[in-house]
Design a protein around this ligand. Structure first.
Ligand SMILES: [Zn+2]
Length: 91
């Protein structure tokens, strides 16, 4: 996992990065964070979970069934309306 992934430290709000991580499953990892503020020094672990699909994979893995995100459904409907010749153009 890239060390550029980060979040704010829950104690001091300084940027913290992932030092290492381990796979729990195809959709879950445990990431170990380290606060960059040397006066704080907080380290913690967090779950990173794949929770929804925004754009479907072209090579889906059997057994991975993720819900389509609401944003993705909104975009699909908008694209379908634009490409549907029965829809009148408003432009
Ligand atoms: Zn901190």
């Amino acid at each position: 996992m890239s060390s550029k992934l980060g979040i704010s430290c829950p104690h001091c709000d300084t940027w913290a990065t992932v030092r290492t991580s381990e796979a729990v499953s195809a959709t879950m990892r445990i990431a170990y964070f380290q606060c960059k503020n040397i006066a704080c020094g907080h380290t913690w672990k967090a779950h990173i979970e794949v929770v929804a699909t925004i754009s479907p994979s072209a090579i889906p893995r059997p057994g991975i069934n993720l819900p389509l995100s609401p944003l993705s459904e909104t975009l699909r409907i908008a694209v379908a309306a634009i490409s549907d010749p029965r829809q009148a153009s408003l432009l």
